[in-house]
Design a protein around this ligand. Structure first.
Ligand SMILES: CC(=O)N[C@H]1[C@@H](OP(=O)(O)OP(=O)(O)OC[C@H]2O[C@@H](n3ccc(=O)[nH]c3=O)[C@H](O)[C@@H]2O)O[C@H](CO)[C@@H](O)[C@@H]1O
Ligand SMILES: C=C(OP(=O)(O)O)C(=O)O
Length: 420
């Protein structure tokens, strides 16, 4: 298993180009199942989850490859199988996103239940309930969600019990080919849902209310092909900005979208960083400035994202003052805390709250990555710490950060991948 060796402390400075968003690219890739025609996707990051999705699409019978320009070209008109097997789903929870499109397009879908996850139980009851409202008959048998529908799905009024990102995406994809009108109320407003909806409309779907918590979808009979560029990764952007802030550096993130990062940028300013933005760039300058601890509560968009919580936990361990971090989205998303404690962080956990007290400095240690954003936080901590940090199980980070060590080395980070 690969690991990272980081020699700290090092300050991150310079320029970095942001990749396409994993969490936007994934639903968009699954949405290509809804069309028989060829779709060209630009700005799709090269990540383990993307490779898994392309493999799954090919196993279903689609043609799905990267061309010489790096674009992903998919033709799903050849799909002849509607089963997402356990072997793939267990490596990537987002495979659940096959359920909506397969049911809508082929009236049948067998998708392995994803099971639990390090950050929480993550049930998919809302995905199932929404499809049932659209007249799908769903059984869970032998570890699979088996959806069947007589002809097309039927438009319905769906009120989501809680805000679910992939739940909203699955139902949105299903509704575009359903007969009649569907409304999804209490829909997730995350930018990745917006990107998916814009992509679907570019293929001929009729979705309105995009960006609000009520999506209205007038079903159409078919979607055509097209070309679409995936939005920049707001979480990758935020991760680099935090890394620069905690190491006292100055960086510019290019090819990003500051409008997707309001909550994160406001917290970074509150923490003492100087932020300047343009249409597609963000500069953070922390040189010679004092880092102050900030209170965080994770909530659905447009509030502070859970996917940035671990990175801000590191910030708060070295920033001046005591702060609280409340995680309201996932019940077990503090797995990085005991690892950070091994590096000298002073963090007290009480249920879903972490109380962070400032520490003079962290020291390098051998630590274990437990999930994607926890891995990122440990890498950031490695840059802060004095001495050598080894981050093990970095396959988690490879799920979500494209060319991570190249980008960090380009900013002056002393980080090496040890393969094994
Ligand atoms: C691939 C992808 O886009 N992943 C993101 C997506 O995950 P994902 O879509 O899995 O997260 P959800 O928004 O669905 O989860 C939010 C909460 O709702 C609960 N829930 C969800 C569905 C359901 O049927 N029943 C239920 O109880 C979950 O357990 C969790 O407590 O949104 C999360 C919240 O922003 C992010 O952290 C993930 O990075
Ligand atoms: C939790 C995440 O991803 P996933 O939903 O794919 O596990 C994430 O991107 O931080």
């Amino acid at each position: 298993m690969d690991k990272f060796l980081i020699k700290g402390p090092c300050q991150l400075n310079g320029d970095v180009t942001i990749s396409g968003a994993k969490n936007a690219a994934l639903p968009i890739l699954f949405a290509t199942l809804l069309s028989d025609e060829t779709i060209i996707l630009k700005n799709v990051p090269e990540l383990r989850d993307i490779k898994t999705t392309l493999q799954l699409l090919r196993e279903l019978g689609a043609q799905a490859e990267r061309n010489a320009d790096g674009d992903v070209v998919i033709t799903a008109g050849t799909v002849n199988c509607q089963k997402a097997p356990y072997e793939l789903v267990k490596t990537m929870r987002a495979s659940i996103l096959a359920l909506g499109p397969l049911t809508a397009k082929f009236s049948t879908a067998d998708v392995s239940l994803p099971g639990g996850c390090a950050i929480g139980a993550r049930p998919v009851n809302l995905h199932i309930h929404g499809l049932e409202m659209m007249q799908a008959n769903i059984n869970v048998e032998e570890g699979y969600i088996k959806a069947r529908v007589d002809g097309r799905l039927k438009g319905a009024r769906i009120l989501m019990d809680m805000v679910s990102v992939t739940g909203t995406e699955n139902l949105l994809m299903a509704a575009v080919l359903a007969e009649g009108i569907t409304t999804i109320e209490n829909a997730a407003r995350e930018p990745e849902v917006v990107d998916l909806a814009n992509f679907l409309n570019s293929l001929g779907a009729k979705i309105s209310g995009i960006g609000s918590d009520v999506l209205t979808i007038e079903g159409v009979e078919a979607l055509h092909g097209g070309t679409y560029a995936v939005q920049p990764d707001r979480i990758e952007t935020g991760t680099f900005l935090v890394a620069a802030a905690v190491t006292g550096g100055k960086i510019t993130c290019h090819k990003t979208d500051p409008s997707l990062l309001d909550a994160v940028l406001l917290k970074l300013e509150e923490a003492g960083a100087a932020i300047t933005t343009g249409d597609d760039w963000i500069t953070l300058d922390m040189q010679g400035r004092e880092l102050k601890a900030v209170n965080i509560k994770t909530v659905p968009y447009p509030g502070f994202p859970t996917d940035m919580q671990a990175q801000f936990t590191v910030l708060n361990t070295v920033a001046k003052g005591t702060s609280t971090i409340i995680e309201t989205i996932f019940e077990n998303r503090f797995m990085h805390v005991p690892e950070l404690a091994r590096m000298g962080a002073d963090i007290e956990l009480e249920g879903n709250t972490a109380i962070c007290r400032d520490t003079e400095s962290l020291t390098g240690a051998q630590v274990m990555a437990t999930d994607l954003r926890a891995s990122a936080s440990l890498v950031i901590a490695g840059f802060l710490a004095t001495g050598e940090t080894t981050v093990e199980r970095i396959y988690h980070i490879d799920r979500g950060y494209e060319f991570i060590e190249d980008k960090l080395q380009g900013l002056g980070g002393n980080i090496t991948r040890i393969t094994g």
